[in-house]
Design a protein around this ligand. Structure first.
Ligand SMILES: Nc1ncnc2c1ncn2[C@@H]1O[C@H](COP(=O)(O)OP(=O)(O)OP(=O)(O)O)[C@@H](O)[C@H]1O
Length: 270
């Protein structure tokens, strides 16, 4: 079982009042969905300090699918954590849907994260005792909010699982479980969906199905930012950003898996 609510659910719950605001964010953004402005993150410890990100600037446009790749230790997880407001930059600014995260106090940030962001991880973080429907509805329930049945069913519909809403995770395949996790993240209609190795636990074919689903969601207007080690996964994105030593050192647009793999090999040899 999970000690904290967000460990169970993969993301924090969304109050009803804010759902409308998030939907508004997702549907009518003029500026970037996510903007990083000269973001630096220094980890300090007794062993010394590590500059995990060194002045990263990038705007993620609404309705785009971006993959982030780079050698081990290049700063991918740090970038995702900071973009998602789970960690704060040492210097620089992060905004989501026009809101500067640095201007929010802890409570407002938590509330904002619930409204504007969805999260999907390699592990699905579903509760086996609950149906797919109840897993998607859980964050709202944990927050003491009324459950909007229509919104839950709509989210399951978008991932092609409406007919399996009464099944529990052990009665679903790995790919179907990841779809439930995606539905749970989409349920809030977030301005951005952050994905960290979302196909890492799936076989190749099932992984492709999940990537095709993410691609379809983006084609319907969802913004997705995905960290991955897999060039095939990155080939589903509109753009792949390459990180090395805490900096963006290049990008490829609409590239195939072989081209992305070659660029990664060059970076790993450098
Ligand atoms: N809490 C921490 N304290 C100190 N250093 C850290 C901490 N977290 C990460 N680092 C260091 O920051 C750098 C970037 O780490 P990060 O986890 O963001 O890389 P990554 O690209 O996600 O790596 P991987 O592909 O291996 O998961 C690394 O040098 C790492 O050792």
């Amino acid at each position: 079982m999970c000690a904290r609510e967000d460990e169970c659910t993969g993301f924090m719950p969304l109050p009803t009042f804010a759902r409308t605001a998030a939907a508004h964010h997702a549907d009518s953004l003029d500026g970037p969905a996510v903007a990083l402005d000269a973001v630096t993150r220094v980890y300090r410890s007794r062993a010394g300090s590590v500059e995990a990100l060194r002045g990263v600037t990038h705007a993620f446009a609404p309705g785009t699918f971006t993959a982030i790749m780079g050698p081990s230790g290049s700063g991918k997880s740090t970038l995702l954590q900071i973009a998602a407001g789970l960690d704060a930059p040492t210097r620089g600014r992060v905004s989501i849907a026009g809101t500067d995260l640095g201007r929010l106090d802890a409570t407002a940030l938590t509330k904002f994260r619930r409204t504007a962001m969805g999260f999907v991880f390699q592990s699905y973080n579903l509760l086996d005792a609950l149906t797919a429907f109840d897993n998607v509805a859980l964050p709202a329930r944990l927050a003491g909010q009324p459950v909007d049945r229509g919104a839950v069913l709509n989210a399951l519909d978008r991932v092609g699982l409406r007919d399996l809403a009464k099944r529990r995770p052990p009665e679903l395949s790995g790919g179907q479980q990841q779809r439930v996790a995606i539905a749970r993240a989409l349920h809030t209609r977030p301005a951005v969906l952050f994905a960290d190795e979302p196909t890492g636990a799936l076989d190749r074919t099932t992984g492709r199905d999940v990537l095709a689903l993410l691609r379809n969601l983006v084609d319907d207007g969802q913004t997705v930012v995905m960290v991955t080690h897999d060039p095939l996964a990155a080939s589903y994105a509109d753009q792949t950003l390459f990180l090395a030593d805490g900096r963006i050192v290049g990008h490829l647009r609409d590239a195939d898996a072989d081209t992305i793999a070659r660029r990664m090999n060059e970076l790993e040899r450098a």
